[in-house]
Structure formats: C-alpha cells, structure tokens
Design a protein around this ligand. Structure first.
Ligand SMILES: Nc1ncnc2c1ncn2[C@@H]1O[C@H](COP(=O)(O)OP(=O)(O)OP(=O)(O)O)[C@@H](O)[C@H]1O
Ligand SMILES: [Mg+2]
Length: 331
C-alpha cells in the first residue's frame, strides 16, 4: 500500500515527490515510489539512499520476491547437510563461483556475463535445498543479490518482467525461477515473452538465472539448446542405496549400522523428502510412546508405516504450501 507523500527539495531548486510504502505487515519498507522530471537528480537520490540504508547482514541473505513478501534466509544455524554425489555438488558450486568471481574475465574476453542453470528432478530431491545452499554461499562470499518470483497461474509478463528488471538493478544477482515448466505451461506468460526477457537482459550485468523443474520433458527445447538461456542442466535423482545409507547414518547417529543398512534397503525409490518424513514420523512416535529418543524399534516401526503409505501410491513427497513457495520459509 502506498502511503504518504514527501516533497524533496534539491539544492538546485528542483524537487520531487516521494511516496512511501507500507507493507502488508504494517511496516514501512525500504521501497519508495518517486516522481520527478529530473532523471539525474533521481539517480543521485537513489545512490545516496542505497548507500545510506544498505544493510549487509552477513548472517541473513535477503531474497527479493517480485510479487510477494520478501524472504530472509538464515545463513547459520540449521543443519542443512546435503547428500548428493560429490562430483555433482562440486560441479554446481564451482560453476556458480566461477560466474561470480570471473566478472573481469568475462569482460576482458567480451563474453556475455549471463548464464542459466537448470535443476531438474522428481519432487523432494534437493533442488530448492541446493538453491538455498547457493544463496547462503553467494551472499556471504560474493555479496550477490537475489530476486525471485512466485509463479502461479496468474503470473503474467508484467510480473516476470519486474523480476528481471529487479535482478538487473541489483546485479550482480541471482534470479531464481522455481517450477519453470509451469511458467510457460500454466501461467499467462507466453513462450516468446519469456525468451525475449532472457535474451534482453543487459549483457554485462552479471545475472545468473537458476531454474527448477519436475518435468524436464516439458521444458521448451528453445530454453536449453541455446547458450545464455539455460546452458547447464543438472539432474537431481532420488537417492541410491549408498546415499540413503549416508543420509540415515547422519540423521540417526546413535543407531546400529545393521539397522541403518536395513532401513536403507527398505527405502528404495524414496526421495530425500520422504526420508526426511521418516525422521518426523519416528520423532512423533517417540513422543507418543514417552520414549526419550528414537529407539531401534521406533525407527523400524516408522519405516514400516511409511513404507506401506509409499507402496499404497504416494510415491513422491508432496511439498507443503510453505515449501512450494520456494521452500525458503523457515530456512
Ligand atoms: N540432497 C538432499 N540431501 C539432504 N536432504 C535433502 C536432499 N534433498 C532434499 N532433502 C530434504 O527434503 C526436503 C525437500 O527438498 P527440496 O525442497 O529441496 O525438494 P525439491 O527437489 O525442491 O522438490 P520439488 O520439486 O517438490 O520442489 C529438504 O528440505 C530436505 O529436508
Ligand atoms: Mg523445490
């Protein structure tokens, strides 16, 4: 909601009007709508204001959501150990690091400083978790800004264009687009408009676009088969036995190894989100039984309960609404 108007007088005698923004939480935000006929004055004002109010908090990465409330991601605290094949994790992280540290090289070689990475795979395999991880490192190490958009059926070109311009204004920045296939399939955004936005970003700004999708087969080939759109695609599979084993051993540290092995064997085709649910189910059982911890019996009981649900058809984890909204909440 825009409230209040302030008239700013500049020393040159020119002035403009500033409208302040009141958020849905009844807080004044660092967003203003300014009106003036003097662009130079406005730009100076913006530079001064952003220098004055720039708050870089090492512990919190601020994600600007173009069409919804912004999200803060805690860079410390929560145990977010990721289990992925090491080579894949290293590859993603080094590609992202090379992008943000290599600005001069891109410029010297006259290469477009824009790339697109795509994470594809079934629900609950770590695509959003990987984004959170990248946000944390990029915030702390490269002071990168983050912009995203909550894609829904009402998302239109205006909203998407707004996210792109915000990323451009904040560059170097990461533009995060979750559920990419639904963007052109279910929203109001046409394929050509999306391609035009991707291709129309200023070439030297330093914008890394990261998209996710559950349905790679529905992704438009035009997005993948052209450099600077989405030039790298990583597949996030459901974990194999060895990774399930590592995950379970990490999260049930006191458990005997033969039990971990047995649970890892019984959970074939489970996504990480499903394995995560096993932790919750076991914890709830422990509380219900008045046990102070997850015992072997409780873990096996929880596994049997979830396995029967899994086999009854709920093959993949269905993320909660909060997780859907970029999964960043509570991060
Ligand atoms: N590779 C992983 N290592 C450890 N835990 C994981 C991993 N992947 C997922 N998880 C667990 O599963 C939860 C859900 O994962 P996440 O939200 O990243 O899935 P997703 O791939 O984005 O799914 P969707 O396609 O439904 O959006 C995470 O919060 C985490 O607890
Ligand atoms: Mg996700």
């Amino acid at each position: 909601m825009w409230v209040g108007a302030i008239r700013i007088h500049s020393p040159e005698g020119k002035d403009f009007i500033l409208f302040s923004y009141l958020s849905h939480r009844d807080e004044f935000c660092d967003q203003y709508l300014a009106s003036t006929d003097d662009l130079g004055l406005l730009q100076r004002f913006i530079r001064t204001v952003s220098r004055r109010f720039q708050r870089w908090n090492r512990n919190k990465a601020h994600v600007i959501v173009a069409n919804a409330p912004n999200i803060d991601i805690d860079c410390h605290g929560q145990d977010e150990t990721m289990f992925l094949p090491h080579a894949m994790l290293d590859d993603i992280e080094s590609q992202v690091a090379a992008f943000f540290t290599g600005r001069d090289i891109f410029q010297r070689l006259g290469i477009r400083h824009q790339r697109g990475f795509l994470f594809v795979g079934p629900p609950g395999t770590g695509k959003t978790m990987m984004m959170r991880r990248l946000i944390r490192t990029c915030h702390q190490q490269y002071k990168v800004k983050f912009v995203t958009l909550t894609i829904g059926k009402n998302t239109d070109e205006g909203e998407l264009g707004m996210a792109f311009s915000m990323a451009e204004a904040q560059a170097p920045a990461m533009l995060l687009l979750e559920d990419l296939d639904s963007l052109t399939r279910e929203s109001q955004v046409s394929r050509s408009a999306f391609l035009a936005l991707l291709d129309g970003l200023k070439a030297n700004k330093g914008i890394l676009i990261i998209g996710t999708s559950n349905n790679p087969e529905q992704i438009d080939p035009a997005l993948i088969h052209r450099p600077s759109r989405f030039d790298r695609v990583w597949s996030f599979p459901v974990p194999e036995l060895a990774l399930r084993h590592r995950y379970l051993a990490h999260h049930f540290p006191g458990m005997a190894l033969d039990i971990i092995e047995s649970v890892a064997t019984q959970t074939g085709n489970w996504s990480y989100a499903y394995l995560n649910e096993l932790r919750t189910t076991a914890a709830i059982l422990a509380v219900g039984q008045g046990a102070g911890e997850v015992t072997t019996e409780i873990l096996l009981q929880a596994t049997t309960t979830l396995a029967s649900q899994f086999n009854a058809g709920r093959k993949s984890h269905t993320p909660s609404l909060a997780e859907r909204e970029l999964g960043f909440k509570g991060a």
